[in-house]
Design a protein around this ligand. Structure first.
Ligand code: ATP
Ligand code: MG
Length: 307
């Protein structure tokens, strides 16, 4: 029995001579958001299709809730909601009418399922607007509504924020977060945008040329990429004494006479600056450094980085 909701073992997909996914081992934990991060052509969609039985692996295995997908598709797939390619919505029907057709096809029992799903993604129920009149962002929301309509335990969403404007992205992010936090869903989401995954995911898998380069929790990643508070002061030796004496803090490194880094982010920057100033130090800079996460990704992916 696997403790993971999704586990792949050496999952591989070869098209012709090219391996689109190569010996991939990912581990998605229950009740968490897993972000699969990779640039265009990295193999995200191909991986997700194999997880959903939409394409067969060349070799390797997929286990979902500890069971091999290959032998249990009929049992496992109905418990998953997915957004892979734009679903075939009817252009001349409304959103509600479209969802009703899918609900009938899938035997969704809950009478309120359609309204609930539309509410969640922020689309009106029984609106008269036809699908063909929908904007890209509304179409994307409707596609997500379809994925969650049957209240699946596991969601697999391929680039769900594609085509959304910044406000739309923030809204989608917050309802995906809620699905996880409030309804206990397990969510696998892909993106080529580092900042997006960093904001949303609990765990991150970095895929490049079909290969998984790293897999870890965001927490581990932040420690590794050593997020810190940077101080520029008139005298770092004195600043160090103040940190030790007044804050009982020794998790810092001194770069030179004026620059130092504090690795404990739990202390208020304001309190430290106040203490420095009260002890006669000049403080010309005090800021949390965020750039190292991107530096870290650049290093992992071999320099090119991910947007
Ligand atoms: N049906 C197919 N036949 C041949 N090659 C394919 C097929 N599907 C995908 N590929 C190739 O596999 C590689 C991975 O493609 P995939 O769509 O999985 O990448 P992706 O990470 O989803 O990229 P994007 O961010 O652009 O969506 C690409 O080189 C692509 O050309
Ligand atoms: Mg893709």
């Amino acid at each position: 029995m696997s403790k993971y909701v999704i586990e792949t073992r050496n999952l591989t997909k070869q098209y012709g001579a090219q391996k689109s996914v190569a010996r991939l081992n990912i581990h998605v934990q229950k009740g968490r958001i897993y972000g699969l991060l990779g640039r265009n052509g990295a193999g995200k969609t191909t991986t997700m299709k194999m997880l959903l039985g939409l394409t067969q692996p060349t070799s390797g295995e997929v286990a979902i809730w500890g069971k091999p997908l290959a032998a249990n598709e009929k049992k496992l797939l109905p418990r998953i909601g997915s957004l892979i390619e734009s679903p075939g919505f009817y252009p001349n029907l409304t959103a509600t009418e479209n969802l009703r057709i899918f609900a009938t096809l899938r035997g969704v029992p809950n009478r309120n399922a359609i309204k609930n799903a539309l509410d969640l993604v922020g689309l009106p129920y029984k609106d008269r607007k036809l699908f063909s009149q929908y904007s890209l962002g509304m179409k994307q929301r409707l596609a997500i509504a379809l994925a969650i309509m049957h209240d699946p335990e596991l969601l697999i969403l391929d680039e769900p924020i594609n085509g959304l404007d910044p406000i739309g992205i923030a809204e989608v992010r917050s309802f995906i977060r809620n699905l996880c936090n409030e309804r206990g869903k397990t969510i696998l989401i892909s993106s080529h945008i580092l900042s997006e995954i960093a904001l949303l995911a609990d765990d991150i898998g970095i895929i490049d040329h079909g290969t998984l380069l790293e897999e870890e929790s965001l927490e581990e990643l932040e420690t590794k990429s050593s997020k810190h508070i940077r101080f520029t002061v008139s005298d770092t030796a004195q600043a160090a004494r103040i940190l030790e004496r007044s804050f009982h803090e020794n998790q810092f490194t001194i770069q030179d006479d004026h620059n130092m880094r504090l690795h404990n982010l739990n202390i208020s920057i304001g309190k430290i600056v106040t203490a420095f100033v009260e002890n006669g130090l000049e403080v010309s800079q005090a800021a949390t450094s965020e750039e190292s996460l991107e530096d870290y990704f650049k290093r992992v992916t071999g320099g090119e980085g991910i947007a």
